[in-house]
Design a protein around this ligand. Structure first.
Ligand code: ADP
Ligand code: MG
Length: 339
């Protein structure tokens, strides 16, 4: 008979970490989201070798108090919710308390952090879930995470990584989306000592689109502004002349969160259907605000999917909104009618 035994904590941690941290880009996403939740107005992301050997993320947010630092690295420890009902009104990007423990389980982490009420900061080292150092140091207010040697102790995972160039591209894409998701935060992204992105954080979405996508797309934007029963929507959609060959240019954010939703993608594409050639996809940067009770964000550990309370209505409202923007006077020249 096969023996049934409980897995060791180390094995449990590594398996659980795999759900949240799939590749270097997941580390960047989780740590940048933490910086956003910490109220940062400036976030710097530095990577080397596609993030496999080196990811450093610095923010000017609230910092973590010395006594709280080891707790932050425990699985399911969070300052963002206390009970499951809080999920209905969660405003933060994080809430599962899994990122730091997951990252620490499969890499070497150095954290330097200081809150504005402390005189000195904390330097904390943790490798493969084991605390290596915990000391006081001089530090500016805010937080820096340095994550080195991702998956050094999970060779199977490491093997599935793509080349540093490809992993770096995933991170670049993710950062562009994170920057678009929060136009009021200044993002700086440095890949192998080269600055690849530096946004102003002035809150202007059009400036940001220009910075990331360039002149052609910026010259062909239609503004969207809609307040409906189920959601509020602002942002820009591209005129049908700036279509693209894949869905990568469809950006939509829900309550500040970058997500993937086949419902939203289908509704957008349906609105464009008669304006575009087959197998072309639109450009858009859309910001949705949903009331918390109509949204379930707790669908998957990566929080990239969510559920809507009213699928049909959301689909229809979005379709009609975009269709009316697309069929406005800008698109179809109106023939003046004599009375
Ligand atoms: P979650 O984001 O779901 O709460 P994490 O494991 O990502 O879980 O982080 C655990 C806790 O550590 C957070 O709830 C927060 O209190 C703290 N924390 C993490 N990163 C930062 C940061 N950059 N600045 C301030 N606090 C942070
Ligand atoms: Mg988090």
């Amino acid at each position: 008979m096969p023996q049934i035994t409980l897995l060791s904590q180390d094995t449990i941690d590594k398996i659980a970490a795999g759900e949240v941290i799939e590749r270097p880009c997941s580390v960047v996403k989780e740590l940048v989201e933490n910086a956003i939740d910490a109220g940062a107005t400036a976030i710097t992301v530095e990577i080397k070798e596609g993030g496999i050997s080196f990811i450093r993320i610095t923010d000017n947010g609230c910092g973590i108090e010395h006594s709280q630092v080891p707790i932050a690295f425990l699985r399911h420890s969070t300052s963002k919710i206390k009970k499951v009902e809080d999920l209905l009104c969660v405003k933060s990007l994080g809430f599962r308390g899994e990122a730091l423990s997951s990252i620490a389980a499969i890499s070497r982490v150095e954290l330097i952090t200081k809150t504005d009420s402390e005189l000195t900061g904390t330097r904390y080292l943790i490798e493969g879930s084991k605390e290596v150092a915990n000391e006081e140091v001089g530090a500016p207010d805010g937080t820096t995470f340095l994550v080195k040697d991702l998956f050094y102790n999970t060779p199977a995972r490491r093997k599935f990584l793509k080349t540093p160039k490809t992993e770096g591209n995933y991170i670049s894409d993710m950062l562009e989306r994170l920057a678009l998701s929060h136009p009021d935060i200044s993002f700086k992204y440095i890949n192998n000592n080269q600055t690849k992105l530096h946004t102003s954080g002035n809150g202007n979405v059009k400036d940001l689109i220009y910075h990331i996508y360039g002149r052609d797309i910026t010259a062909a934007l239609l503004p969207v502004s809609y307040k409906g029963e189920f959601f509020h929507l602002t942002g820009f959609i591209g005129k049908p002349i700036v279509t693209r060959g894949n869905r990568n240019y469809e950006n939509y954010f829900i309550n500040g969160r970058y997500i993937k939703s086949s419902l939203i993608a289908k509704s957008i594409e349906e609105a464009y259907k008669n304006f575009m050639m087959l197998h072309q996809y639109p450009f858009c940067v859309l910001y949705f605000e949903f009331p918390g009770e109509l949204l379930d964000v707790n669908v998957h550990p990566t929080k990239m999917e969510l559920r809507f309370g009213h699928n049909q209505e959301v689909y229809k409202e979005l379709y009609e909104t975009l269709f009316s923007v697309l069929s406005g006077r800008e698109m179809i020249p109106q023939v003046p009618v004599d009375e």
